[in-house]
Design a protein around this ligand. Sequence first.
Ligand SMILES: *[C@@H]1O[C@H](CO)[C@@H](O)[C@H](O)[C@H]1NC(C)=O
Ligand SMILES: *[C@@H]1O[C@H](CO)[C@@H](O)[C@H](O)[C@H]1NC(C)=O
Ligand SMILES: *[C@@H]1O[C@H](CO)[C@@H](O)[C@H](O)[C@H]1NC(C)=O
Ligand SMILES: *[C@@H]1O[C@H](CO)[C@@H](O)[C@H](O)[C@H]1NC(C)=O
Ligand SMILES: *[C@@H]1O[C@H](CO)[C@@H](O)[C@H](O)[C@H]1NC(C)=O
Ligand SMILES: *[C@@H]1O[C@H](CO)[C@@H](O)[C@H](O)[C@H]1NC(C)=O
Ligand SMILES: *[C@@H]1O[C@H](CO)[C@@H](O)[C@H](O)[C@H]1NC(C)=O
Ligand SMILES: *[C@@H]1O[C@H](CO)[C@@H](O)[C@H](O)[C@H]1NC(C)=O
Ligand SMILES: *[C@@H]1O[C@H](CO)[C@@H](O)[C@H](O)[C@H]1NC(C)=O
Ligand SMILES: *[C@@H]1O[C@H](CO)[C@@H](O)[C@H](O)[C@H]1NC(C)=O
Length: 451
Amino acid sequence: MHQPILLSAFIGIASSLRLNAPIANERGFTIAQPGSIKNVVVTSSNTLNSTHHNTLSKTKLHGWNDTISTHSLSLELYNNYNGGPINAYIQGLDSNGAIVFITSNGTLIYPRSNNSSSPIEIKDNLAIPLRPKGQSLTLNITISLTSGRVYFSEGNLRFFMINLGAGDGLVQPSVNNLHDPSASLNWGFIELTFLKNGALYANISYVDFVGLILSMMLSTKNGGTPQITRGLRANAVYDLCEGLFNQTTNDGYLWLAMCVVGKTGDPVRVLSPNYYQRVYAADFEDYWQDYVDTVWEYYSSHTLAIDTQTPLGEVKCQVTNDTLFCDEDNRGYAKPTASDIWGCNSGPFGLQEGDNPVHVAVIPRLCAAFVRSTLLIQGGDVQPRLNSSYHYSVSPTHHYSRLVHELQVDGRGYAFSYDDVNPNGHEDVSGLVSSGNPDTLTVYVGGPPPN
Ligand SMILES: *[C@@H]1O[C@H](CO)[C@@H](O)[C@H](O)[C@H]1NC(C)=O
Ligand SMILES: *[C@@H]1O[C@H](CO)[C@@H](O)[C@H](O)[C@H]1NC(C)=O
Ligand SMILES: *[C@@H]1O[C@H](CO)[C@@H](O)[C@H](O)[C@H]1NC(C)=O
Ligand SMILES: *[C@@H]1O[C@H](CO)[C@@H](O)[C@H](O)[C@H]1NC(C)=O
Ligand SMILES: *[C@@H]1O[C@H](CO)[C@@H](O)[C@H](O)[C@H]1NC(C)=O
Ligand SMILES: *[C@@H]1O[C@H](CO)[C@@H](O)[C@H](O)[C@H]1NC(C)=O
Ligand SMILES: *[C@@H]1O[C@H](CO)[C@@H](O)[C@H](O)[C@H]1NC(C)=O
Ligand SMILES: *[C@@H]1O[C@H](CO)[C@@H](O)[C@H](O)[C@H]1NC(C)=O
Ligand SMILES: *[C@@H]1O[C@H](CO)[C@@H](O)[C@H](O)[C@H]1NC(C)=O
Ligand SMILES: *[C@@H]1O[C@H](CO)[C@@H](O)[C@H](O)[C@H]1NC(C)=O
């Protein structure tokens, strides 16, 4: 089922756009161009680092007592996808810190790097085929898993191992590498940690990208109402691409190129601006410049109050000598660049050793105020104060975050890293479900469960 977004309508508009991206096609979307193992890149964002080298037997049967937990988790994988067959892949670090995959019959696969300093492909069959649409498959997870992920993909994902010196690394599909061997597949993942004491934490995030649509429900052994993260609606990737296309026609910036299309020409994922800039750094370099200059100019003669939402209360800030200084803060804030605003963790938003509690509280609130463009609208001189009705209401703004929020069914799932900043304290907008006594975690693949 495809939304009628009329890809053909986008052809021909290219000449009026700032089309300087080398791989963007004539429509302005970005085309995934999957390559071979030679194109695999090893970065901190797609590598799971282990402190362990997998050297002994490659597979172990379920029941080995060095890894088995006294707790178990029932993991139900529900196929709600209107497309081809879906595979799941369950991976993480076991209780020894070793990289492990769990397969559908309970076999644990410990892939080896064979001391290779370049990625080598894992040849074992790691895929767990889901049942057809409308049916679910239930697995019994009996080992603890940290830094865990459950990937879902239409088609076979490819994973690689590498020797990182101190331990092996698992090289996962990368969203910002257009030549990743899995680049044209429609995939996504949930993150989970299942501790030895039986506690479970699982989350869904849109901070990096939106791919295959996933929702989660967690029931506990204590009973009670299950926790649900519905997240985005089934057609969200198509709708996001259309919304980004609309935005490009409005302001001429290459928002639509954040939409990545696969081999069939259908959108498979949307990159957040923070990831998009790792592919095409130049496209948005000047995007926030005028806004940042205006904010700095305004707050050189006005006071910006930041409510730390801690016992430290409200602090007053003002720009002098091109730097924003806040009372009781150990250091000031230089003007952020576009890259600083997309990531909220560099330049003035980067934490340094010795930063005091005021500084730690100002960073998320100041960055959220930029992302949501509330600093120059009425009431924006106190942060955070304006509720979500006022966010993203003026340009420039973070249109990816705006659109993700518009397409969320239940407001759950971060679209940028400080999405939890809000005037009433920390309203729960995270996509997290957790329990000290979990029973069943159900993952809905391809669309949220009905209300
Ligand atoms: C994993 O190790 C690689 C290579 O040593 C390093 O570049 C990367 O930052 C590490 N990743 C994390 C998440 O620590
Ligand atoms: C497994 O546990 C049993 C009982 O605690 C112990 O006797 C045995 O040596 C363990 N086996 C391994 C392979 O660790
Ligand atoms: C790693 O080494 C083992 C034992 O020498 C060999 O059986 C296996 O095929 C190698 N794996 C890869 C991916 O090269
Ligand atoms: C791999 O490296 C370890 C030390 O890092 C060494 O003990 C082992 O012999 C090496 N294995 C192979 C197959 O080269
Ligand atoms: C379990 O699955 C693994 C991986 O798919 C396979 O290699 C193995 O033969 C299976 N074992 C049994 C007992 O079915
Ligand atoms: C899951 O595995 C554990 C440990 O082997 C076992 O005690 C439990 O009964 C299993 N649960 C189900 C639903 O099969
Ligand atoms: C999401 O889950 C992963 C794995 O458990 C964890 O590392 C990460 O901190 C979690 N994020 C949030 C926002 O809870
Ligand atoms: C894109 O613009 C069209 C025409 O104005 C509108 O109908 C559609 O709802 C917009 N789509 C999104 C996702 O904003
Ligand atoms: C203004 O900022 C510059 C560069 O950060 C610094 O060198 C200079 O000392 C500052 N001047 C005053 C008066 O603080
Ligand atoms: C935001 O605040 C205004 C009043 O300032 C109120 O009318 C509106 O309903 C609020 N919106 C949300 C989403 O809470």
